[in-house]
Design a protein around this ligand. Structure first.
Ligand SMILES: [Zn+2]
Length: 329
């Protein structure tokens, strides 16, 4: 039994040496979202982030996405694989929880900031939805979502979560339906959405964003209002891409060079959106799911969304996950 286990182990180690060698030029790009002092499935804690950084640091060299692209363009071949930690949206918890840990290790990262959210023009729409669904009295929640009438029974934490999920699913690619749904929820809860989101949903402010930039964090674009881009007319697309970039650049030192698609699914990419990104001066864009590495396809770069403590992190670092992706595609 022991002998078998030892052979199995040696086999795995040998295999991982091979996958490492085969994928040395493949960057390991990770995506995180929220941070909290008390971590849970949706929020990374400071100690989890420390362990994550230590694990990545044993195998890889940390860079920002901008630096990764510039090294790829220069044709440099890294000694160790490059790794990028990316964080989407621009929530204040990045500044509060993640920044001190990144500073402690001297590790860079890339933050994709939703310009209108930072500028206090808007809530992130799914947070507005969650806030109002949580305030809704127990019982039936009826909503007109476009042509559809939704009727849900809410009361428990789980049923509110399910209702939120079902509504959010219907709004994710329908920018035009969001205001009417929020307005109906305001009516049925007898509440107006506050101008400023409460702390759990709040954005960094401009001075915090400038501070993280000074600490070596790259700021990238993530639209003005987290709109679904492929359905926008050219004027609105310019607003979400060009105007959002200009607004962020008014407050920052470095021009924005990379972008993350809101939602980041395959349907969030279109050739017209990529052309608008190139026109605005974005040289690369990331999705929210993994794709096999292809340095020529700069507007569809994949990312790994993982729990920082999961076993998958080891598979990604070893390159085994990349090889599995290539075999599947
Ligand atoms: Zn986002």
């Amino acid at each position: 039994m022991l002998k078998q286990a030892l052979y199995g182990c040696a086999g795995t180690l040998g295999l991982w040496r091979l996958t490492r060698r085969l994928t040395r030029n493949v960057p390991r790009i990770f995506m995180l979202h929220r941070f909290a002092a008390m971590p849970d499935a949706q929020h990374t804690g400071a100690d989890e982030l420390r362990r994550f950084i230590q694990a990545i640091g044993q195998e890889c060299e940390f860079v920002t996405l901008r630096e990764l692209i510039s090294r790829q363009q220069a044709g440099s071949r890294p000694e160790r694989p490059l790794a990028v930690i990316t964080v989407d949206d621009g929530y204040a918890d990045f500044h509060r929880i993640a920044l001190p840990v990144l500073r402690e290790y001297g590790v860079p990262a890339t933050v994709y900031a939703t310009a209108g959210f930072i500028d206090r023009q808007c809530w992130l729409w799914w947070d507005a939805l969650r806030y109002l669904v949580n305030l809704h009295p127990d019982g039936e929640l009826r909503l007109e979502v476009g042509p559809e009438t939704m009727a849900m029974n809410i009361g428990t934490v789980d049923s509110r979560q399910r209702a939120w999920n079902d509504i959010a699913d219907r709004l994710v690619s329908r920018n035009e339906l969001r205001p009417a749904v929020i307005a109906q929820l305001e009516d049925s809860t007898g509440t107006r959405l506050p101008q400023e989101p409460p702390p759990e949903f709040s954005a960094m402010n401009w001075s915090q964003l400038a501070e993280i930039e000074s600490a070596g964090i790259e700021i990238g674009g993530h639209t003005m209002s987290h709109a679904f881009l492929p359905s926008l007319d050219p004027g609105m697309l310019r607003h979400e891409i060009h105007a959002a970039k200009a607004l962020l650049e008014q407050h920052l030192q470095a021009p924005l060079q990379t972008f993350a698609y809101p939602n980041g699914m395959a349907t969030d990419y279109s050739p017209a959106v990529a052309a608008a990104l190139a026109d605005a001066g974005f040289g690369a864009a990331v999705l929210a799911y993994p794709r096999p590495c292809n340095p020529r396809d700069k507007y569809r770069i994949g990312r790994w969304s993982v729990h920082p403590d999961s076993e998958t992190v080891g598979h990604i670092l070893s390159g085994a996950s990349e090889l599995k992706l290539r075999m599947a595609s």
